[in-house]
Every structure is written in structure tokens, then in C-alpha cells.
Design a protein around this ligand. Sequence first.
Ligand code: NAD
Length: 445
Amino acid sequence: MKLVMIGSGYVGLVSGVCFSEFGFTVTCVDVDADKIAMLNGGDVPIYEPGLTDMMNRNVKAGQLSFSTDLATAAKDADVIFIAVGTPSRRGDGEADLSYVFSAAREVAKHLKHGAVVVTKSTVVVGTNRKVQGIIRNERPDLDFSVVSNPEFLREGSAIEDFMRPDRVVVGVHDERGEDVMRQLYRPLNIRETPLVVSTLENAELIKYAANAFLAMKITFINEVSNLCEKTGGNVQEVAKAIGLDGRIGGKFLHAGPGFGGSCFPKDTRAFAATGERFGAPQRLIEQVIEVNETRKHEMAEKVLDALGATDGKTVAILGIAFKPNTDDVREAPSLTIIPHLQKAGVTVRAFDPEAMEPAKHHLTGVTWCKSAYEAAEGADAVVILTEWNMFRALDFAALKEIMTDQILVDLRNVYRPDEVADKGFHYVSIGRGGEERMLEQVVNG
Ligand code: NAD
């Protein structure tokens, strides 16, 4: 089967590369000519572990190509995926579906009879019916199918997630759509991956409900961490124990500086806006959005508290990306926390192994450094914002030599309080500071 991927970003590129690895012939198309030129030169414009090798292997094998020419790519394609962005619309939080609709309008002109158009972008309920309407309007005589196939991969482990998903969800309205999707995902049968076949509407709802639930789980444990801090508890122990309950599950129970990234913030907003529009308000998710926004500022205040007076103070921020193993900074907590610190008069030095270039478009007044140690030079505090592996074994003796004061604010709970204290650092972390002292206060009233 011949596949076309419209949109060669995180999802389109990874999906295209993985489908070519399965043995399908794939053309990844994008309107961004620089991106396509880079891909044709063998370079990947994003940081995603393992992607470059797999991509170049499949290009060499003739399974994968890149183009800006949708007309040529689509004219003999059996399956056309739409994997363009669906960012938040300004003002109302609704998903901006204009890229999806314009891709549908554009590709409709070139579809052959029997083509299957699959929406992989995250789209609100009702969108696939609209895509169907757009294509039917453009080509009233065309015999085609529309399928919803939301993607659940995570940046940083995208290939693994695509190749070993917990489940694949497809929403269909006809047999051909279902047949084609079963063929496309057949390579996953060997791992007995569940293929959930449902309606277009259910597939759209499943994606948003899943992301909203995960965002809620993170926000829940973040709030629990605040209570742990006030009462002498330890959020890691609480999270571990509640996570052992099969009804709860241990994943997404890591307290931190608030969720960010290219999906959870915009998808929770779109979910809440959709609920509002249909008269079924998603009140829990509305709260999650608000609590998460506040959290990022609370984290900046936590750093300021650790510094004491702010005048003339310098912090070294380790990690800008919204999570490790990606260069994606979209709605990363760093983009709120750093300006908050700067506004309070703090000088910011920063290092991230992959995300500094994209971050430069969003942050000003930051001194960008080549390593964690360069960032820590002359700093009063080191702040771990993203838990890249390289920050898990910092040389505290070396840090002590170059820092002005020895404060470590660990917003990802990478270290144990006792081990950092032993190195002579004042240590501030999430949901487990000063357990014994606090407990004593609680017990003694
Ligand atoms: P992205 O911004 O990285 O990539 C989108 C690409 O589409 C860009 O390269 C853009 O130039 C291209 N594009 C836009 N309009 C086009 C058109 N008409 N023709 C051809 N190319 C066009 O976005 P992404 O992160 O890959 O996300 C894509 C979709 O997948 C979104 O709906 C997102 O919510 C969803 N999603 C993302 C992730 C993730 O981790 N990034 C995970 C699951 C789902």
C-alpha cells in the first residue's frame, strides 16, 4: 500500500518512518520547504531518539521519501494521513482546526477512487464528519473513506510508543476504512496489541478523554505534594503506595512543576471548550487547567523562597524542554518559571542538551550555557527543571567550587534529600521537604 503523511512534524514524521519500517511505501509531505530539504538531506529537524537511523535506513531501501508536492504524492496513494498541528485557538481555547480542514481541501483534489483519508491529528468530536463533508463537496463523485486514528505516542519515546502501543484506536464509518486500518496495523498483531475499532465520534472523544485524564492525574499528585510538604509527608511514598492499587496505577503520579508540552495544555483547553459548547461542562478539567497554571508560578516562588533576597541573585536552570529526550519547548513550565524569576530581579543562566535553540524564540535575557557546570558558574542556586539523565549524577564537589551559594532546587525529585544534604547543599524538592521537622510540628500541634 502507498501511504502519504500530510504534515511531517513530531507525529507525521515518526508515524511515516514507522509505517515505512513496517514495509509500506510512504511519502511524508510538508508545506515547510526547509523541513523537507533537511529531511531529504538525511537530517531530522526534531530531536527524537532513534529516529534518524530508522529514517535513513528506509529512505535507502526506497520505502520512504519526502516532498512538498502533495498533488504528485497523493494521486496514487491508497491511504492519506492528516497529521498537521491543531494548536489552541486564541481567546477561547478551542482547537484550531484550520490546518486540518485546509489539508483535507487540498488533498481532496488529488485523491484516487477508493482512497482512505485518516485523521491522525488530535481533533475534537465532529471533525472527521466535517472532513468527510469537505472532501465530498470538493469531489461529489469520489468514492472515499474517512477514518479517525488518534495518535498516543509520547515525544522522547515516540518510536517505541508507535511500535509497542498499549492499544491502537480507529474510528470508522465503513468496512473499507476498517479493513485498511487492520492491514496497516497488522505488524502489531505479533504483540497482540488491542485494536479498538469504534465510531468516528468515539475515537475523537477517546483521545481527548485520555489526555485530560492523564493531565488530571499529574495535577492531582501535584496537589497532594503540597499537602505532603505541609504535613511532613513524602509524596513519592504516597504516590508509590496508591499506584500499587490496580484501580489507580503507578504511572503519571510524579509530582513536578506542572504539566506542559505540545499536547496536555492545548488538549485540556480544547476538551473544556468542547464541553462548554455542548452544554456538558468538564468542570474537573477546567480546575485542572487553572491549578496547573498557578502551579508554574508557585514553583517560581519556591525558587525565590530558597534564594531569600532576590537582588543580585543568579540561578542556573538545568532543563528547558517540557520533559527529557525532546527538544520541544511548547508550553514548557520553564517558559513561565524563568520570566517569573527574571521579573523578581533574578539573573538566569540556563542549559538544556537539546532545547536551547527552540527556547531562544520564547525567552529573553537568559545566558545560554554549554553545560550544567558552565550554567552553575557564579550561581546562588541550581534548579533542576527537566530530569535529563545527565542531571542525575551531578558532581556536587565541582558545583560547590564554582557556585556562589550552595542551593539545589530539585523540581523533579531526582535526588534524595539526605544525599544532597551530605554534600553540603541546602536542598529543596517537591512534596518531601523537612519531613521530620514538619511531622513533629503536626504531632505537637
Ligand atoms: P508539529 O507542529 O510538529 O507538525 C505539524 C506539521 O504539519 C508541521 O511541520 C507543518 O509545517 C505541517 N503542516 C501544516 N499544514 C500543512 C499542510 N496543509 N500540508 C502539509 N503540511 C502541513 O505538530 P505535531 O506535534 O506533530 O502534532 C500534530 C498533531 O498530532 C496535533 O494534532 C497533535 O495534537 C497530535 N499529537 C501530537 C503528539 C506529540 O507528542 N507531539 C502526540 C499525539 C498527538
